[in-house]
Write a protein that binds this ligand. Structure first.
Ligand code: GLP
Length: 242
């Protein structure tokens, strides 16, 4: 893994967006793996700016998001479908045929996971996967002790994850759905390149464990050491314990 330090949140978002833009310009029909969360809001805002001011054209891209809550329909404002629509897909005019998120309302969650991995493969695999880092080391919603070879599937969320993501649910962790569908760690590792973007002091201890500690299923992000084209971008706060 290569690590690049940015001064602050703003520079981190600009650099992450610039690397995504470079991928899109180099290969206009790129398959992008996308993430959600607070860190990514500034990244997508910058990407939208590049679209509006610099004519960055995303219309040829295909996207696959990492995860979605089980039990939330796409029409629910708290779903990741809605998040992506608001922050990226609508502002850059990406049509729904080209964007994919797991369906949290699927009748068979097992089939949904298997089908999601098959759809990624049918699209030719992910060229660039964007990742955030959970405070417990999760990538996507691969909570501690997920198999490092795991495939896309339904998972139970850790209490700390429901706590951290309560913001969208009136601040109440009990209102956060207890389950989610996520790309597996093994699925993520099949991406041709990976960008892990980490910001803020709350992630500092975990980033140190990911980069300097052992590879362990206790910390899903540590599996990124297996990947030969993974860049970690961190702001000064996130890098403060390195
Ligand atoms: C959620 C998402 C992850 C994301 C993480 C970090 O749990 N499922 O994909 O990386 O949050 O989010 P934040 O940037 O809000 O800290």
């Amino acid at each position: 893994m290569k690590v690049f330090l940015c001064q602050d949140r703003k520079e981190l978002a600009r650099l992450t967006a610039a690397l995504l833009a470079e991928q899109i310009r180099r290969k206009p029909d790129s398959v992008l793996g996308l993430a959600t969360g607070r860190t990514m809001e500034a990244v997508y805002a910058r990407l939208v700016e590049l679209h509006q001011k610099d004519g960055l054209d995303l219309s040829g891209c295909t996207t696959f998001n990492l995860d979605e809550y089980v039990g939330l329909p796409a029409s629910d404002a708290r779903s990741y479908h809605a998040y992506m629509q608001t922050h990226l897909f609508h502002p850059v005019g990406l049509s729904s045929e080209r964007t994919h998120l797991p369906n949290g309302m699927a009748e068979s969650l097992h089939n949904e996971g298997v089908g999601y991995d098959a759809a990624i493969q049918a699209a030719g695999g992910i060229d660039l996967q964007l990742l955030g880092l959970g405070e417990n080391g999760h990538i996507g919603f691969n909570e501690p002790l997920s198999s490092l070879a795991s495939r896309s599937r339904a998972v139970t969320l850790a209490p700390e994850t429901r706590q951290q993501n309560a913001g969208l649910f009136d601040g109440n962790p009990d209102s956060v759905p207890p389950r989610a569908l996520t790309m597996g760690v093994g699925t993520i590792l099949e991406s041709k390149s990976i960008l892990l973007t980490v910001s803020g002091s709350a992630k500092a201890d975990m980033l140190r464990q990911v980069l300097e500690g052992p590879m362990t299923a206790q910390i899903s992000a540590s599996a990124l050491h297996f990947h030969n084209n993974c860049l970690v971008l961190a702001d000064e706060e996130a890098a403060s314990r390195l």
